[in-house]
Design a protein around this ligand. Structure first.
Ligand code: C2O
Ligand code: CU
Ligand code: CU
Length: 505
């Protein structure tokens, strides 16, 4: 269960300095000409949207093998990107409350990996949703995850949690949707799963390692893929109501989604239904967030699904903004044609997960900040055995910290009593947004300095704006054990912006 020892070579590769890595000068953000010359060109855009294979539980059990390998098709090209069972995203897992999810993870990569079931309210111990496990190259591990009978229905996802390889592995395609079925029945003609992840491939189809500056900002890919496809086509008849489960599985990119000519009707956020359907023109999904929406196809025509520019700040004063701050991305087209259907009427109330109502027993304040690497490393590096003297915990010359410390899997940062309801105020003392994520125990956001509308439902990722705060109420119910909270800009998590929470009886 100890951290996989990183070789010096591997650490250098993670830092973008390994043999074979192209040295990119101080420019950092280069979707520029110099770098784009060595990029894979997509073979196919505009193909009908395909969905990953679906694996569904039967008789209370879903037993699957997920083999992590390099070599998956993306955008119609064969690539050296990673995937599960030969596809990126991997298969969509569908379970019900009370089911047992058994996953045999086979690691055919040349680096350690593991598996996290993001958002599930399940045990983080043993061979459950345990982020501290490590599955060595060539090894196999059997996860066994028991969902409680009253587990909320919603959209979840899975991805590796191998510290500090998470950004690289997710960016390389190790992502997949995980759906807990149930909840309010919706009058829709079909359901779609849209897993959005971005990546950058070189001329040989290999995933391009991030530079140190890109790791500081949070790497973004040249391609933003929908189920591994570039700009696929969706089609529907006018008036058709469809449920889309959208997963932001990108390593760092905040998605501000707009569907031309249509308003979103959001019915779910993360792993819970909203209390009631909510209309909006934009859907803002931080990395790790999911949204369930109902789209009612409008008049015949062709409409683009677009990720609008979103400015999430910069790692340091004066550094260049990520491309997503200014460049809109066309993700898909929605072609509406054929015989019109009668639009369905949605229920006015939805069955959402129960909210924490008990009195708050403990208040905590967590400060997310970037500190000069020297300061952060002086206090922290000695405990990072296996990485002594390495630069793995810094990016762009900075340490990414919570409460002034980088992650240490041997240090309990928050000791919580089972059954307690706590209020956590997450403070972002930096120049860029940090999406805060807590494993296992979902929370209700009760205040958000950004003025963003509160969901009124349980969620597990909240985007804390640069210089802002978010206050969460968490009921540490049912489940004991150690798990983590962290920034879901995965480069920041890898650089140490993560803490350990332990819930005991
Ligand atoms: Cu989406 Cu700690 O994870
Ligand atoms: Cu998670
Ligand atoms: Cu962050």
């Amino acid at each position: 269960m100890s951290a996989f020892p990183l070789s010096r070579r591997r650490v250098l590769q993670l830092a973008g300095l390994g043999a074979g890595a192209v040295a990119v000068g101080g420019a950092g953000w280069g979707i520029g000409a110099a770098r784009s010359a060595d990029r894979l060109t997509p073979a196919r855009t505009g193909a009908p949207l395909a969905e990953p294979p679906v694996l569904r539980s039967a008789d209370g059990v879903l037993a699957v093998t997920l083999t992590a390998t390099a070599g998956v098709p993306l955008a119609g090209r064969s690539t050296r990107a990673f995937g599960y069972n030969g596809s990126a995203p991997g298969p969509t897992l569908r379970v019900k409350p009370g089911d047992r999810l058994r996953v045999r993870l086979v690691n055919q990569l040349a680096e350690p990996t593991n598996l996290h079931t993001h958002g599930l309210h399940v045990s983080p111990e043993g061979n459950g949703d345990n982020p501290f496990l490590s599955v060595a190259p060539g090894a196999t591990f059997d996860y066994d995850i028991q969902l409680p009978a009253d587990h909320p229905a919603g959209t979840f996802w899975y991805h590796p949690h191998q510290h500090p390889y998470v950004a690289e592995q997710v960016f390389s395609g190790l992502v997949g949707a995980l759906i807990v079925e149930g909840g309010t029945e919706l009058p829709v003609s079909r359901e779609r799963v849209l897993v959005l992840h971005d990546t950058t491939l070189d001329g040989e189809g290999r995933v391009v390692p991030a530079t140190s500056d890109e790791r500081a900002a949070g790497r973004e890919g040249d391609w933003v893929l929908v189920n591994g496809q570039l700009a696929p086509a969706l089609s529907a008849r006018p008036g058709a109501a469809e449920r889309w489960r959208i997963v932001n599985a990108s390593a760092s990119r905040v998605l501000s989604l707009r569907l031309e000519g249509h308003a979103w009707t959001q019915v779910g956020l993360d792993g819970s239904a909203l209390p009631a359907p909510r209309q909006a023109d934009r859907l803002l999904l931080a990395p790790g967030n999911r949204a369930d929406v109902v789209v009612t196809a409008g008049a015949a025509g062709s409409y683009r699904l677009v990720a609008e520019p979103y400015d999430r700040g910069t790692a340091s004063m004066g550094s260049a903004k990520p491309a997503s701050a200014t460049r809109p991305v066309e993700l898909a087209t929605f072609a509406v044609a054929g015989v019109p259907m009668t639009a369905a009427t949605l229920p006015t109330a939805l069955r959402s997960a129960p909210l924490p109502t008990a009195a708050v027993t403990q208040r905590r304040r967590l400060v997310m900040a970037e500190l000069p690497a020297a300061a952060g490393s002086a206090t922290v590096m000695p405990s990072m055995s296996g990485m002594a003297g390495m630069d793995a915990m810094t990016a762009g010359g900075m340490s990414f910290t919570i409460d002034g410390k980088v992650f240490d899997h041997d240090r309990v940062d928050q000791a919580v009593r089972l059954g307690d309801t706590e209020e956590w105020t997450v403070v972002n003392a930096s120049l860029m947004d940090h999406p805060f994520h807590l494993h296992v125990w979902p929370f209700l956001v009760i205040a958000d300095s950004s003025g963003a509308p509160l969901s009124g439902s349980l969620q597990d990722v909240v985007l804390v704006k640069a210089g802002g705060t978010a206050t969460l109420r968490v009921h540490f119910a049912d489940v004991t054990g150690r798990s983590v909270y962290h920034c879901h800009i995965l480069d920041h998590e890898d650089a140490g912006m993560m803490g350990l929470v332990e819930v005991t009886k």
